[in-house]
Design a protein around this ligand. Structure first.
Ligand code: A3P
Length: 394
């Protein structure tokens, strides 16, 4: 009994030293996040619904949802934990939308939660396979749609359209989101070809992925005005009520100075664009607007790039159209799974599946941004793209 009381006393003393130190060195939100999130998974507060979503994720394979993937206690070792703690207290920080604080790691903004541990792990441990397929994107650029299209294209001979897994599984659960998945799953246990996704900038992808001549990267981008609006509205749905609201004007200022999840957005896009110019056979660069305009052409191109071109028989049988119908905004939003389920990429945040769909339109930002905002972002876009040879889709 005495020993237990002593241990409790010691824990309290350590906590108060930690809190005092934290209050001196971090802003309030960083401290709250540290206390809430930087504990072992077993000790974290995980609401039941989140735990259910985690279980669901763990039961899905990358390209074969019926297979069990290996969920493991935690890949995060002492070295990564130490690196994480050191970095989140020393890196430059600014305001975030979903979580109140973002930290800048090697030029890009991350939330100081387990995703960031995942990014450190990805760089430290991930070993690319020549057959890997990486689907990369900044948030709100059409990731959900592209995941569905890629999954359906790659697995078209495995599943009937009438009983397809995408009818009952949200696209995010068909393809692991490596930045988060790697923290507590054995990525080595995933069967080849691994279909993986990442929101990280090109320069922060695992070195072996960047250097492998064979593994493929599919990148999607979208015009920055629509990305900003989509991101702001999405983030406000997920921002915890305990944190003060952020106005669209303030979020816009942050976006314009480059502060947004996984951003700066322009640097994210241009990083992949430059890499694509150097290795066109390795990186396929897609634009949301162009895909919306001519999806058949782009799905055909995607299949060719991934080494699974549609045969003449498939084309005649209307397989491309079937894939497009299955992955269409109207179809996906009509499904029960899109209305009820949740995805927990990380234990800290569960995202309602319906949140991934809003309007799916090109140019909706004009209904939300003032003419001044449009002018300002257009000017920034022009400056950022000058001399790059790149233009966003319209
Ligand atoms: P809006 O908010 O403009 O509607 P991400 O998947 O990268 O988070 O991007 C989300 C954006 O893609 C949202 O844009 C969402 O509505 C749109 N989207 C989701 N599924 C789609 C689909 N099947 N077809 C077209 N757009 C889709």
């Amino acid at each position: 009994m005495t020993t237990v009381l002593m241990l409790i006393g010691l824990r309290k003393t350590i906590m108060s030293i930690f809190i005092t130190w934290g209050a001196l060195h971090l802003n309030f939100y960083k401290l709250v996040l540290l206390l809430l999130l930087n504990t072992k998974p077993a000790h974290r507060f995980i609401p039941t619904k989140v735990a259910t979503a985690i279980t669901l994720l763990s039961q899905m394979g990358p390209s074969l949802p019926s297979q069990q993937s290996n969920i493991i206690e935690e890949n995060v070792n002492e070295k990564i934990n130490q690196q994480f703690e050191e970095l989140i207290t020393t890196l430059p920080s600014d305001k975030g939308l979903i979580v109140p604080t973002l930290i800048n790691y090697k030029g890009f903004w991350y939330p100081p939660i387990s995703i960031f541990k995942g990014v450190l792990l990805m760089q430290d441990q991930f070993k690319a396979r020549s057959t890997d397929i990486f689907l990369c994107s900044a948030p709100k650029t059409g990731t959900t749609w592209l995941k569905a299209l890629t999954f359906a294209t790659m697995n078209r001979s495995k599943f009937e359209f009438a009983t397809h897994p995408l009818l009952t599984t949200v696209p995010h659960n068909c393809m692991p989101y490596l930045d988060a998945y790697i923290t507590d799953h054995d990525v080595e246990a995933l069967p080849s070809p691994r279909l993986l996704s990442s929101h990280s900038a090109y320069s922060l992808l695992p070195k072996s992925t960047r250097e492998s001549p064979d593994c493929k990267i599919v990148y999607i981008c979208r015009n920055p005005k629509d990305v900003f609006v989509s991101d702001y509205l999405f983030s406000m749905k997920l921002r915890a009520p305990m944190f003060p609201p952020i106005s669209m004007e303030e979020a816009f200022d942050l976006f314009c100075k480059g502060v947004c999840l996984y951003g700066p957005y322009f640097e994210h896009v241009l990083g992949y664009w430059k890499a694509r110019l150097e290795s066109p056979e390795k990186i396929l660069f897609l634009k949301y607007e162009e895909m919306r305009r001519d999806p058949v052409k782009h799905v055909k191109h995607l299949a060719e790039f991934l080494g699974k071109p549609f045969s003449a028989e498939e084309e005649k049988a209307g397989v491309i159209e079937e894939i497009l119908k299955l992955c269409s905004f109207d179809k996906l939003t009509s499904l029960e799974v899109s209305k009820t389920g949740k995805v927990a990429f990380v234990p800290e945040i569960a995202i309602g599946n319906e949140t991934f769909y809003r309007k799916g339109k090109v140019g909706d930002s004009k209904n939300h941004l003032t003419p001044e905002m449009i002018e300002r972002l257009d000017k920034i876009t022009e400056e950022k793209l000058k001399g790059t040879g790149f233009a966003f889709g319209e």
